[in-house]
Design a protein around this ligand. Sequence first.
Ligand code: IPE
Ligand code: IPE
Ligand code: MG
Length: 267
Amino acid sequence: MPLTPSSTREIPETEAIPKHIAIIMDGNGRWAKQRYLPRIAGHTQGVEAVRGTIKACIERGVSHLTIFAFSSENWRRPAEEIRLLMQLFLAALEREITSLHENGVRFRVIGDLTKFDPKIIDCVRHGEALTASNTRLYLTVAANYGGRWDIMQAIRKMIAENPDSAVNFDESDIASHLTMADAPEPDLFIRTGGECRISNFLLWQLAYTELYFTDTLWPDFNASTLDEAIRSYQKRERRFGRTSEQLEKQQERQQEIRNTILSKNKI
Ligand code: IPE
Ligand code: IPE
Ligand code: MG
């Protein structure tokens, strides 16, 4: 598998529209509480927000969307909430896979699925196989996912493939075994719900991602709140360790090259 650029080993190309957006969809419970509804009503409305976000990402030309649906720590929640969440996940999968496929979305789940109901696992594997050759939007759902789990499983795989790598390995040996190895690192991370933390999401991949936190609760997230996040992203200066002056010089050089090409084409 070809390795995608690592932000700590090279300087990735950046564009006005983030290629990869990663979202922690938080605030479903509080959304429901504000309306005197059970927490599951917030999760159900959250699925609608996911649908809208997928559509908005496609329209804006985002190529990768990764959403955190259930963390490895969410098993600590009350058993009844977990049961309802699993039911909702299964129902959403059964309902949405065909339409994702028709819209050219490649669907994938990352996380340790072994603890899930076999029906969910079947549905996920069916969805992944059905959409495997789509390229319009790479949608990754993180379920029973944890950033530390991801790094640990990568190290285990690396050593199983090549026992010598236990004593001699570098960044790319781990990176190539992470669950998101074939995706560019996220350009923009969004967390709704007002908390300013990563909650064990893509720990490795967020090294140089622009972070955006909003008080909007996930069920209220839509195309215009996505645009606010993208506008904030567009104002950031992504230095990847360099100075502002270096970036300005680089931009001047690029402009000179563009001008030269333009003037040559006129002759
Ligand atoms: C996020 O919303 C959804 C999941 C973690 C499954 P929450 O359920 O965490 O909502 P709040 O944070 O309690 O409002
Ligand atoms: C993070 O939300 C995980 C998901 C959105 C799936 P949590 O609500 O579980 O995060 P904490 O507990 O507030 O950090
Ligand atoms: Mg929460």
